[in-house]
Design a protein around this ligand. Sequence first.
Ligand code: SAH
Length: 464
Amino acid sequence: MQHFPIFVALAGRRVVLSGGGEAALAKLRLLLKTEAHITVFSPDPSPEIRAWAGARRLRWVGRALEPGDALCTVLFYAADEDAGEDARTTALARADGALTNIVDNLGDSQFITPAIVDRDPVTVAIGTEGAAPVLARAIKRDLEAQLPSTLGLLARAGKAFRKLAEALPAGRARRDFWADYYFRAGPRAAASGEEAVQQSLDDLLSAHLARKPQTGHITFVGAGPGDPELLTLKARKAIDAADVIIHDRLISPAILELARREAVLIDAGKEGFGPSMTQDEINALIIRHGQAGAQVVRLKSGDPTVFGRLDEEIDAVDESGITWHIVPGITSASAAVAALGQSLTKRGRNSALRFITGHDSRGFADHDWRALARPGEVAAIYMGKRAARFIQGRLLMHGANPATPVSAVENASRPDQRILSTSLAQLPADLATAQLTGPALVLLGLAPRDAATALSELQQEEII
Ligand code: SAH
């Protein structure tokens, strides 16, 4: 991020603009929405600027900018529409201590003005650091369509009501009140005007004050393999409503970004190897937050019911008497096989499918190797990287064909997804060479479908 977005308080403060043409007008129309003291320097400004000066909405000085003109100025805009004059006026303003912007000259500007969606006091600023003005305009158009025109009214009334809403205890109760107002009662009332909005606030507050305090609840949520678009709608809603999110290390940052800003995010950091919280510590953490009345989301990668130690957590929660439910997710085997363009089962090839783990609590996990070694068998192997040599040895010992196709999909569904296509004979060597550092799913008995691989590479490129 090269530009840090902030909102600058301009009420009663000085903003200076040099220029009097179209570029100046465009900036002034925006600046006039603020309560800044605006001064325009221009020997020959357009009639609009003269009119604004006449109406005392800004001060107009009928000459070019000179040293000292931008003293005590917060923001300075060079809108001279002349590179030489822009450079001159900007240098003067900088010397006077102002933060400077040259219209349509990103490189020489100290700050830039974003695209703005204005529902005062709600303002959405969109910046692309100059990379894609077209994109900024498209986002602005979408937001304009999405944000109802009554939003400003709701927000103003809401702001004036903040003190009264403090009658509700801080945290969950107050947030629920505001969510109810902004997303339900408020928009309904807004259609009937300002008074109805005021009334809806009063009614809603009485209703919320009469409510019993919320009890805690635990939702075990599957976050899917990493692509935020592979979250279920229920997962998304649970994340939206969570006070506390206790997540695994495998959860991608793009998904954690979706959490509310006030939500407490806790990395339970449980990975097969390396430093981690113990399961008991995680259980205790979940229960502690649940007992405090929080809506807790226990966010697990993929599907929480697949190699997620879910039952241990549920048992602990059950013992504490807190309510819970499960939101399923897309398991990484589904994402991995989709990346191969294959299916997990196929008529005439395999009528059964195994989800196996390379590891269990005792070390490398044992399985029905004889059954797995049969031609046509398909197994999705979780946590299989380290166990690859062991698995290969067992399978070959039980008569598996060394040419059996094996694929490994690292970071399935994520932008850095990689597919390794190999055979049982070559598996350990190829895995070692590929140096997969991310989570990887090994698919025994499946090779990528060529066309599908090409397609997924294409998609990858598009994503990048
Ligand atoms: N509950 C998870 C599995 C947890 S076990 C699920 O349903 O997917 C952790 C293992 O899952 C990792 O070692 C890896 O084998 C697999 N895994 C998780 N996310 C993955 C991803 N994005 N790509 C490939 N494998 C993944």
